[in-house]
Design a protein around this ligand. Structure first.
Ligand SMILES: [Zn+2]
Length: 151
């Protein structure tokens, strides 16, 4: 897996669904706002579940799961090792929508996911972990990362 550097330059975004403040890079936040508005114009609700997460935070999440009795292999299928999560970059977002639980595979059956599949790339957001991805990370239809690349 590529090493993901922690972003230095972050701006405050809207709070997540739990009311926690979230941060992204300026460019990613701008793109997210545009994408959210674009979806809304098509009658599709997108909201932010999670954005920037620091390396320390990632470490704590994994440590907690290990203390809870899970094996490291099990944990690394769903959580990247500290330093390898795209959320460190301030460009990755976990997206939610109304009528669907947060961070579940069933997100792929929502209008929001269909909309993202057709329009996400227009806003430079790409799904990082499709089924059978090269990183061995579980399928995450909700996880999209802002990457400036040629369309
Ligand atoms: Zn994610």
């Amino acid at each position: 897996m590529p090493l993901c550097e922690e972003a230095a330059d972050l701006v405050d975004t809207e709070a997540d669904i739990y009311g926690r403040p979230q941060r992204l890079t300026k460019e990613a936040f701008h793109a997210w706002k545009g994408m959210k508005a674009g979806a809304a114009a098509d009658g599709v609700t997108l909201f932010l579940i999670s954005a920037f997460r620091g390396i320390d935070y990632q470490h704590d999440v994994i440590a907690r799961k290990l203390r809870g009795g899970r094996s490291i292999e099990e944990v690394l299928q769903v959580n990247c090792a500290p330093g390898y999560s795209e959320h460190h970059t301030g460009r990755a977002i976990d997206v939610g929508t109304t009528g669907c639980d947060a961070l579940v595979e069933a997100f792929e059956f929502t209008e929001a996911f269909r909309w993202l599949e057709s329009n996400g790339n227009e806003y430079s957001f790409f799904m990082s972990y499709p089924r059978k991805n090269q990183f061995g990370i579980k399928y995450e239809p909700w996880h999209w990362c802002f990457q400036k690349r040629e369309k």
